[in-house]
Design a protein around this ligand. Structure first.
Ligand code: UD1
Ligand code: UDP
Length: 383
């Protein structure tokens, strides 16, 4: 039996690794150990409930308003100690967070081969997204197996001189997670905490769903985003603007200051939603405004138009297909593009097309097969 450790720390990593954890834990060829840095705390724990996953080891690293350097130092040291103790045959990491980079580095220091789920995303600009673009590039240098969601991601890795035999185009596991969530929701529609009665119902008012947390938007970017939301709420009093606000204090402060004082009763600022209610809200909404990576990947599968409040994206596939549009953080541009979608049916219909550029829901199986081949464990018996 081969020992695979999976390390992650934030909400999106947990969502995207949940299907891989479930698959490895139910496969007798592997012993799978889940270690969380808990770079996020509450937002990470929400994901465990959704998928029924308990971590084996919890490093409990989050500090309020943590700095990048402080978190990095704590993560490298504690993940290193974990790897010295657990000695896995393979370490799996995901994405582009501080936990991702630090775990890749600790794996390298311990001579543990690392498999990177969601490898090869690039904007080519180290300042955007910041610091994630650097985390991705650095993780690639330290990684042995590269699980690229798309062909374009594979091309990026080849440009970085990664050996072709180490790259596996798998699709993004976020689609596997989304399909799992969709099935659970169909059976058991979740309550949506924090919303007034009736608003979460499919026949409720039209609804714009908003998320935002990117560091490069802190300060003027967030102020501008919030002013745009306030203006939209004034222009469209019959539409609900639902914003589950990220727990980062650099996000909560401007959002609360600007939007709570705007006096717009149709803006609903709520706590981050657990994954199942959030997927239900993506399904239920008309339009999404977001700077999130994961949301850009999920929304096209649900046929929801996304206006991305960033200047760059490492996920151009849906932009090229025309269902996701980059609008930056300019107040006027956000108001104009959102208004167009809310008032012009032809513009809306053109963007609201369901398609799956990021995966077919079967990425997990491809990743598990590649891991098994790398580790030299035999294929599962069909008996
Ligand atoms: C992190 C990742 C980012 C990812 C995002 C997903 C880094 C540098 N950033 O950004 O790539 O897109 O997560 O959401 O890795 N906090 C809580 N409770 C939580 C989570 C956060 O209170 O459950 C607060 C804490 O004060 C914490 C702060 O938010 O110090 C920042 O958390 P951190 O993980 O450093 O950065 P994020 O902005 O969440
Ligand atoms: N998400 C969630 N609850 C929320 C907002 C987002 O469960 O209130 C999910 C969303 O569906 C996606 C992931 O969190 O799968 C994205 O996380 P985030 O935007 O924090 O990080 P990013 O993807 O930008 O790294």
């Amino acid at each position: 039996m081969s020992k695979v450790s999976i390390i992650f720390g934030t909400r999106p990593e947990a969502i995207k690794l949940a299907p891989v954890i479930l698959a490895l834990r139910s496969d007798p060829r592997f012993s799978c150990q889940v270690c969380v840095t808990a770079q996020h705390r509450e937002m990470l724990d929400q994901v465990f409930d959704a998928f029924g996953i308990n971590p084996d080891v919890d490093l409990d690293l989050m500090e309020p308003d943590q700095t990048l350097a402080g978190l990095t130092a704590r993560a490298v040291e504690t993940v290193d100690r974990f790897l010295v103790r657990s000695k896995p045959d393979l370490l799996l990491i995901q994405g582009d967070t501080t936990t991702t980079f630090c775990s890749a580095l600790a794996g390298f220091y311990n001579h543990v081969p690392v498999g990177h789920v969601e490898a090869g995303l690039r904007t080519g600009n180290l300042d955007s997204p910041w610091p994630e673009e650097a985390n991705r590039v650095l993780a690639t240098r330290l990684t042995t197996l590269h699980f690229a969601p798309t062909e374009l991601n594979k091309q990026n890795l080849l440009k970085d001189r990664v050996a072709p035999e180490r790259i596996f185009v798998t699709g993004n596991t976020v689609i596997d997670a989304l399909f799992l969530a969709r099935d659970i929701i169909k059976e058991h529609p979740p309550a949506v905490p924090g919303l007034p009665e009736g608003l979460a119902a499919a026949n409720g008012a039209r609804l714009v769903l908003i998320t935002g947390h990117r560091r490069e938007n802190f300060g003027p970017g967030f102020e501008s985003i919030c002013k745009a939301i306030a203006e939209l709420a004034r222009r469209f009093p019959e539409i609900a603007f639902v914003y589950p606000v990220h727990l980062n204090p650099n996000v909560r402060k401007p959002v609360n200051q600007i939007l709570r004082s705007a006096g717009t009763s149709n803006v609903h600022l709520i706590d981050p939603l657990p994954y199942l209610p959030f997927v239900a809200m993506m399904n239920r909404c008309t339009v999404i405004l977001s700077d999130s990576g994961g949301v850009q990947e999920e929304a096209p599968s649900l046929g929801k138009p996304v206006l991305v409040m960033r200047d760059t994206t490492e996920r151009p596939e849906a932009v090229i297909a025309g269902t996701v549009k980059l609008v930056g953080t300019d107040e006027g541009k956000i108001v104009e593009e959102t208004s167009k979608l809310l008032t012009d049916k032809a513009v809306y219909d053109e963007m609201a097309r369901a398609h799956n550029p990021y995966g077919d829901g079967k990425a997990t199986g491809r990743i598990v097969t590649a891991c098994a081949e790398f580790l030299g464990v035999s294929p599962p018996s069909n008996k």
